[in-house]
Design a binder for this molecule. Structure first.
Ligand code: RTP
Length: 150
C-alpha cells in the first residue's frame, strides 16, 4: 500500500509575508517527506475548480480575488496520517480559533487571510493533487532521515 499524501498550499499572503521557508520547515521537521512543490500564479479557472464546493458561499468572490492576488506554493507531502496531522499543523480555518503552535495560530488573525490550505480528507487530497500536479511531477525518492522516523 502506498504512503498517505496530502496537498498543502501556501496562499498569496503566506508568500508575500515571507513565510514559505518556515512553513516548509515545520513539515520537514515533523518527519514528512516532500514529494512535489512549485511556485506558480494560478488561473481563475483553476482556483474556481479547487474551491468548487464553496461556489454558493457569499465569500466565494472575495476568496477567489484573494487567491488570485499573487503566486502560491502548492506542495505534496507524504507520511503517516499526513492529511489529519497536516490540518492540525495548519490550525482552524479561523485563525482566531487556532491554538498557538499551529501555523495559523502563530501567524494570522483573519479568516480571509489564513496563509495556507490543507486537504480535509484522503479523498480530497487525491483530487487536489491531481488538479494541481501532473503525475510526472510527483517524485519518487528515499530519504535516509525517514529510516529514523519510521
Ligand atoms: P482551506 O480549504 O483553505 O484549507 O480552508 P478550510 O478547509 O479550513 O476552510 P473552507 O471552509 O474550505 O474555506 C476555504 C477558505 O475560504 C476562506 N473563508 N472565508 N467566512 C469567511 O469569510 C470565510 N470562510 C472561509 C478561508 O480562506 C478558507 O481557508
Amino acid at each position: 500500500m502506498s504512503a498517505e499524501r496530502t496537498f498543502i498550499m501556501i496562499k498569496p499572503d503566506g508568500v508575500q509575508r515571507g513565510l514559505v521557508g518556515q512553513i516548509v520547515q515545520r513539515f520537514e521537521q515533523r518527519g514528512y517527506k516532500l514529494v512535489s512543490m512549485k511556485f506558480t500564479q494560478p488561473t481563475k479557472e483553476l482556483l474556481e475548480e479547487h474551491y468548487a464546493d464553496l461556489k454558493q458561499k457569499g465569500f466565494f468572490p472575495s476568496l477567489i480575488a484573494y487567491m488570485l492576488s499573487g503566486p502560491v506554493v502548492p506542495m505534496v507531502w507524504e507520511g503517516k496520517d499526513v492529511v489529519k496531522q497536516g490540518r492540525q499543523m495548519l490550525g482552524q480555518t479561523n485563525p482566531l480559533a487556532s491554538l498557538p503552535g499551529s501555523i495559523r495560530g502563530d501567524f494570522s488573525i483573519d479568516i480571509g487571510r489564513n496563509i495556507c490550505h490543507g486537504s480535509d480528507s484522503v479523498d480530497s487530497a487525491q483530487k487536489e493533487i491531481a488538479l494541481w500536479f501532473k503525475e510526472t511531477e510527483l517524485t519518487q525518492w528515499k530519504s535516509s532521515t525517514h529510516e529514523w522516523v519510521y
